[in-house]
Design a binder for this molecule. Structure first.
Ligand code: DXP
Ligand SMILES: NCC(=O)COP(=O)(O)O
Length: 243
């Protein structure tokens, strides 16, 4: 069966650094180790409040990443200008709330169609491949198609947060239906959020998926096993699911 790619999100290396205001651990170093361990791309979320990744990180990473940068960002004028200046290979547009602990759901593309169309067109004009981080909802998938986004990333948060196997299976079925629908519409379909070593396989097994973006669980595992091992183990689990 086809390979599935792994984008490693290194935000929480920066969380650890910022907790003490030190210069270490450096996300630039993390990207290099993750790439050597088999990451197909590096994801960073430049939040409006800069709680982890900073402008400096994005600038230097753009010069040092050997694979490709996927810059996650809110749909704001400030972020669009940064993306146009940095020119990452991919931009994933995500919803953002200042107070949230982490991303709580998908972007409402359908409810903000003209703003999304404009953002996608601006990024495409800058040569950036756009992805929209959305829920597995046909209305949002149709809106992503209408916005001319070549990629979407399906939000797996509800699946990851399910509190029992029956609920998790229900969420998985919703994801599979949405992913198949999006794929049939010609979108390249990624997925991510909340995936970890014990819930990744059923997601990685979905044949229409192109790439998974995984961060928090890999960085947490790295504290005990080292980042190289943590990335390699995640990659292996994903490939096993495709065997
Ligand atoms: C959009 C998304 O699902 C992730 O990138 C997530 O936002 C990671 O960053 P946080 O951990 O700061 O939420
Ligand atoms: N877009 C999802 C992502 O980059 C990583 O999310 P998480 O694994 O840190 O929850």
């Amino acid at each position: 069966m086809k390979e599935i790619l792994l984008g490693v999100n290194i935000d929480h290396i920066a969380t650890l650094r910022n907790a003490r205001g030190t210069t270490y651990p450096d996300p630039v170093h993390a990207a290099e180790v993750a790439e050597r361990a088999g990451a197909d791309g590096i994801t960073v979320h430049l939040r409006e409040d800069r709680r982890h990744i900073t402008d400096r990180d994005v600038r230097i990473l753009k010069q040092t990443i050997q694979t490709r940068m996927n810059l996650e960002m809110a749909v704001t004028e400030e972020m669009l200008l940064i993306a146009e200046q940095i020119s990452p290979e991919f931009c994933c547009l995500v919803p953002e709330k200042r107070e949230e602990l982490t991303t709580e759901g998908g972007l409402d593309v359908a409810g903000n169609q003209s703003r999304m169309n404009t953002a996608c067109a601006r990024l495409a004009a800058a040569g950036i491949l756009v992805s929209l981080f959305i829920d597995a909802d046909k209305k949002q998938i149709d809106a992503a198609v209408a916005a001319n986004a070549p990629y979407i990333e399906i939000h797996t948060g509800q699946y990851a947060d399910a509190s029992n196997p029956a609920e998790q299976q229900k969420e998985l079925d919703i994801l599979i239906e949405g992913i198949q629908y999006a794929h049939s519409k010609g979108l390249k379909v990624n997925a991510g959020h909340g995936l970890h070593y014990h819930n990744v396989k059923p997601i990685a097994a979905i044949p229409e998926l192109y790439e998974l973006n995984i961060g928090h669980a890999i960085i947490a595992r790295a504290a005990f096993d080292g980042l190289h091992q943590a990335v390699a183990d995640m990659r292996r689990l994903m490939q096993e699911a495709r065997a």
